[in-house]
Design a protein around this ligand. Structure first.
Ligand code: ADP
Length: 462
């Protein structure tokens, strides 16, 4: 399965990784620099020491060998723990080693005529720097050698590394937090655009995305989306106008065809075949009129032109009236219609004819999708300052796969489950009417056991 990682998280990770790599590079450069400086210092110390020995030997050049050895021995013990030697060019000692350590030390080899050199030496598990300098006294070629352990330098380098490692979590935390903050700031306009884009539907196509005057990619994105919305809005408006005009224009010819057919049916001389044809025309024209009427209603809903005026309406009265008007139909279909109205008065802000139409859609569906002997229960109760109207039936119910779509226009559940006529627009209209009354229309249903449509209205305080 593909994993989705948000841009802010990706930016945070990138920022963290880049910052961390930069920090590692910086740390390594610092470490190299420090180790070079420490090595340079160590070399300078050794060079200074050999300078002093050289000076000492030259100062006393006229001394005998014994006196010179004494000077060398004193110098070796006074300066570098006795780690010094004076060798001949064949590598043998010109004087005895001034200390046991010097005698056991693996001194580097000497070569006549070679330049002064610093050599890295390992001895007894420790590393040392040794300096070999060619020198001559009384015309005799000799080599002065001094050495010093590198452990002090290594300790400094080690503690530097430890410091670097210890700061890894802190650097990671700071770099990630900084990355997150930067990404949040950079992406804040995207969140605004997303929220607005999400709220735009066919009802509010005239809304536009917020455009920041930053001249960056986000401004261009918002402007491009707005231009697209502009084009969509004008295309949708054309379709709406066409639907409304076509529905309006077709009403006349349809009612004309129906009226003519009804008049023809009143003529007793019409033969049986023509009668059947006229009856079919009346039937189909009636269905088409219902469809046109519903399309016209939804076209008006889309253009947000609700022509009625909302005022205080006695919902209980409208419910009872609607129930009584469908009672004969229920009786004719062998269904029992029961009305429970626990509210003596339930005043809502609304339009009574729209409310009647919504209740009628729900009752008509309950009648259509419930087989005899069945029961339709209508109740009106109060709950937390809301009037709750429920229309419950013991009909065929709604399959879970159809539930998310039943309020969509022209959606009809699998026709093999019910052989009833319909346009698939009733619930879309009911939903729109609920919306203009600030009411919530919802449904619960169990296939083969029935459905319950609930409308929750805000009660109007008298
Ligand atoms: P229709 O004209 O088809 O009744 P609606 O928009 O009123 O159109 O309903 C859409 C679909 O929802 C119906 O086709 C039907 O499948 C389902 N439906 C609506 N009400 C009920 C109900 N009370 N019981 C079972 N199914 C229902």
């Amino acid at each position: 399965m593909k994993r989705h990682v948000s841009i802010s998280l990706r930016l945070t990770m990138w920022f963290g990784v880049m910052f961390f790599l930069g920090w590692v590079l910086f740390g390594t450069a610092m470490w190299l620099n420090l180790s070079r400086t420490l090595r340079g210092e160590r070399h300078q110390t050794l060079a200074r020491r050999v300078d002093r020995l050289q000076e000492l030997l030259l100062k006393n050049e006229s001394e005998d060998e014994k006196g010179r050895y004494q000077d060398f021995n004193d110098f070796a013990h006074a300066t570098g723990n006795g780690l010094a030697e004076i060798l001949r060019s064949d590598g043998t000692r010109a004087y005895p080693s001034p200390s046991v350590a010097a005698a056991a030390f693996p001194w580097p080899s000497v070569t006549e005529g070679g330049p002064e050199k610093f050599v890295h030496v390992q001895s007894a598990g420790q590393t040392y720097w040794a300096l070999v300098r060619p020198f001559s006294i009384n015309g005799k070629p000799l080599f002065l050698l001094v050495a010093a352990p590198e452990s002090g330098n290594l300790l400094v380098l080690q503690s530097f590394w430890k410091g670097l490692l210890a700061s890894v979590p802190i650097v990671l935390f700071i770099s990630s937090a900084a990355g997150y903050w930067v990404s949040l700031r950079a992406l804040a306009p995207v969140d605004k655009i997303t929220a607005t884009a999400r709220s735009i539907s066919i009802r509010n196509l005239s809304d536009r995305l917020p455009v920041t005057d930053t001249g960056d990619e986000l401004q261009r994105l918002a402007e491009t989306c707005n231009a697209m919305l502009e084009r969509l809005e004008s295309a949708v408006n054309q379709i709406k106008r066409f639907t409304a005009d076509a529905s309006h224009e077709l009403r006349g010819p349809l009612s004309f065809a129906r009226t003519v057919s009804e008049i023809a049916l009143r003529n007793p001389e019409v033969d049986a075949r023509s009668r059947k044809a006229f009856e079919d025309i009346v039937d189909e024209a009636t269905k088409a009129s219902v469809l046109l009427e519903e399309m016209l209603t939804l076209a008006r809903a889309d253009s947000a032109t609700f022509s009625g005026v909302l005022g205080p309406v006695d919902l209980a009265g409208v419910v009872n009236e609607a129930c009584e008007s469908v009672r004969p139909l229920a009786d004719a279909r062998g269904l029992s219609l029961v009305v429970f109205c626990s509210l003596e008065e339930a005043t809502v802000m609304g339009d009574s004819s729209s409310l009647r139409r919504m209740i009628w859609v729900l009752l008509d569906n309950a009648l259509k999708y419930t087989d005899s002997p069945g029961r339709i229960e209508v109740s009106l109760d109060e709950s937390v300052s809301r009037a709750i109207l429920t229309i419950r039936d013991t009909g065929i119910g709604i399959a879970p796969k159809d539930m998310p779509h039943i309020f969509d226009r022209f959606y009809r559940a699998d026709p093999s489950r019910s052989q009833v006529d319909g346009t698939g627009l009733g619930l879309a209209i009911a939903k729109w009417i609920a919306e203009i009354h600030h009411a919530d229309l919802s449904v619960t249903s169990e296939e083969c056991y029935g459905s319950a449509f609930t409308v929750s209205f805000p009660l109007h305080a008298a």
